[in-house]
Design a protein around this ligand. Structure first.
Ligand SMILES: Nc1ncnc2c1ncn2[C@@H]1O[C@H](COP(=O)(O)OP(=O)(O)OP(=O)(O)O)[C@@H](O)[C@H]1O
Ligand SMILES: [Mg+2]
Length: 612
């Protein structure tokens, strides 16, 4: 998990936050208008002291009660105007900001869908979940408050200070005294807070991963009686997060303390100085009242700077985490290093008629593969694989567990990219086809039958073209011997639970198989699709599949002889190489490793290999 925790040192919060501009741009008019309204509203607050000054030095001094009432009316109107303006600001920003959040979330989701499988192998899901939820919420809050109010407060403080200096410049200088230490504290705080904010948000991600895993794995946890240790692990993580949050709180308390205390001291000093001056007669009582109430009106704008800065830091962290995902490059149409030269000259190397699509089936030419995160000196999982599956043929792929069968099948729909070599479908290099086209051509069913929390019918029809309906669905269910679907409470409209956990393993497998065959694909890649079925059901599926496979070119990973019998020929994968190709019977006779794999009997002659 720690791979996703990027260092935060020397990050400029402002520069990071500037990356939000493309999302903010469409709503900029409203946002700026709202900021303008807020500045006006906030400065309206600074007019109060001036009215007070007028009242104290005028009507109050003259004991003119009508004048006092007039002053009170002015104050009331000012109050109403201020409240109305702040209300208007809220109204202006609410809708555009929820739009920004929704847009960013949609973008993130779209991007996650387009990122390669290798990315998802690497990133814990909780880290992605927390980025799509908590972090985006932080960003919306940032755009709503700190972004506006840092500006509003700065303008208000500036105007307030000018007003105070104009009232009495000596008192003004006294009140400005704490400015330097406060600014220094803010800078130090910023840097420290950035670090802890990042830590906290990453820890939320880790926590989310644990929650997600334990919810999905609840059967295992209960089955092994691990709820206590799981709870302990969770407590440990949440204790860490709490520690980080407390650290944040301590930093916030420190800056708050400094920001509140120093100005307060300065205020006390001006109160004493001002009173002395009024007693001397060198300052009017009204001016002192105006000065002090201006200073008091600036208390909130100054004090709130601490948490506005904190929120901005959290938003900068959230932005950084958001773009860490967005900056990952999605699956590209062409992989830049390999394909460009190959596309022009290469196809003729593998297809007899020079690259134009033909009936060539699936062909692996010198395909090597290693996982991107594998240590560089480790041997490749697949090593110069040459394999030809003739058009209309079904080829079984057999090999000991962990030899790379699943990996090999994943290369055909380009879930992983070959490290070197190439794969062609009917003579056309798969890297030269748009991915959508490739994936429409190739259907897959994996060992783990993944279903989505929607209806049975929708799950199966996912594998079909737009517009496919009940007839296609029924046919596919029949092929996969998944007629049980019709007997479900609402037939094929029955919703399956999250990940299809409301169905049995074999039922899920058959639905996944139905999904693979529903689109009558030209190429079919099945990774041990029948492992959870009893022999009778398996035989029935095979009989029905034979019809489908008649004009489909198929690669089928198999562990059991019964599945192998479905195929025309068998290829044996051993230590990263295809060591034998032939019919089941041939290989049984000639290849000891194959015979061993199929029978479970210790081979008599392990040397007898490589009979291609
Ligand atoms: N995403 C991955 N990242 C790194 N290594 C992986 C990844 N997936 C699989 N491997 C490694 O690749 C090797 C081959 O795995 P693969 O799943 O292809 O085997 P398999 O032949 O399908 O095995 P089985 O018969 O058990 O399904 C294994 O050693 C495995 O550890
Ligand atoms: Mg496998």
């Amino acid at each position: 998990m720690s791979t996703t925790h990027a260092p935060t040192k020397d990050r400029s919060a402002a520069r990071t936050l500037a990356r939000l501009w493309p999302y903010v741009r469409p709503v900029r008019v409203r946002l700026f208008a709202a900021a303008g309204v807020a500045v006006v509203a906030s400065c309206t607050g600074l007019v109060f002291p001036l009215v007070l000054k007028w009242m104290v030095d005028g009507p109050v001094a003259d004991r003119d009660s009508a004048g006092v009432w007039l002053g009170a009316l002015y104050l009331l109107l000012l109050g109403i105007a201020e409240a109305g303006l702040f209300g208007l600001r809220r109204w202006l920003v609410a809708r555009p900001l929820s739009r920004v959040e929704a847009e960013m979330r949609a973008d993130l989701y779209r991007h996650l869908q387009r990122l390669p499988v290798a990315f998802h192998d690497r990133w814990p899901s909780g880290q992605l979940l927390s980025r799509g939820t908590t972090d985006l919420m932080l960003l919306r809050m940032f755009l709503a408050f700190p972004l506006t109010f840092l500006l509003v407060n700065a303008v208000t403080i500036l105007v307030g200070v000018i007003i105070m200096l104009l009232q009495d410049w000596t008192l003004g200088l006294v009140i400005l005294g704490p400015a330097v230490p406060v600014i220094v504290t803010c800078v130090i705080f910023e840097r420290r807070y950035a670090h802890v904010a990042r830590l906290a948000q990453d820890q939320v991600g880790d926590l989310t991963t644990v929650v997600e895993e334990s919810v999905l794995g609840i059967r295992i946890i209960k089955g092994f009686g691990r709820h206590r240790s799981q709870a302990r692990a969770f407590r440990e993580l949440s204790r860490k997060l709490r520690g980080t949050e407390l650290h944040k709180a301590r930093l916030l308390a420190t800056i708050w303390g400094v920001i509140v205390t120093l100005p307060e001291l300065a205020l006390g000093a001006t109160l004493v100085l001002g009173t002395v001056q009024v007693a001397d007669g060198s300052l009017s009582a009204g001016t002192l009242v105006a000065f002090l109430s201006t200073a008091l009106a600036l208390r909130w704008p100054v004090e709130s700077i601490g948490f506005l800065l904190a929120m901005s830091q959290e938003a900068a962290t959230a932005t950084e985490r958001f773009f860490e995902v967005m900056d990952e490059s999605p699956e590209t149409h062409l992989t830049p290093v390999e394909e460009a030269p190959f596309r022009g000259a290469g196809n003729c190397a593998t297809s007899p008629n020079g690259g134009a699509p033909n009936n060539d089936g699936i062909r692996f030419t010198s395909v090597s593969f290693r996982y991107p995160d594998a240590p560089p000196d480790s041997p490749p999982i697949l090593d110069r694989i040459d394999l030809h599956i003739r058009p209309g043929e079904s080829m079984a792929l057999v090999g000991a567990t962990g030899t790379g069968k699943t990996t090999l099948t994943a290369l055909v729909p380009r879930l992983h990219e070959v490290t070197s070599g190439h794969i062609t479908l009917d003579g056309e290099d798969i890297t030269a086809m748009p991915r959508e086209e490739l994936r429409a051509l190739v259907s897959v069913a994996f060992e783990e039958p993944t279903l989505f929390s929607t209806s049975v019918g929708d799950n199966v029809l996912m594998g079909a073209e737009e517009g496919a309906g009940q007839p296609e669905l029924d046919r596919a269910l029949a092929v996969a011997q998944a007629d049980f679907a019709h007997a479900l409470p609402q037939g094929t409209d029955t919703k399956v639970g999250e990940q299809g956990l409301s169905l049995s393993g074999g039922q899920r497998q058959r639905l996944a198989l139905a999904r693979a065959v529903v689109g009558k694909p030209r190429f079919l890649v099945l990774d041990d699709p029948l492992s959870a079925l009893d022999v009778h059901t398996e035989a029935a599926v095979e009989a029905a599949l034979r019809d489908v496979l008649a004009d489909t070119t198929a690669l089928i990973v198999a562990h059991r002889p019964s599945t192998v019998l479905l195929a025309d020929r068998v290829a044996l994968l051993s230590e990263g190489r295809i060591t034998a190709v032939g019919t089941h019977q041939e290989l049984l006779r000639t290849n000891a490793e194959y015979a061993h794999l199929m029978s479970g009997v210790q081979s008599a002659n392990p040397e007898q290999e490589d009979e291609r």
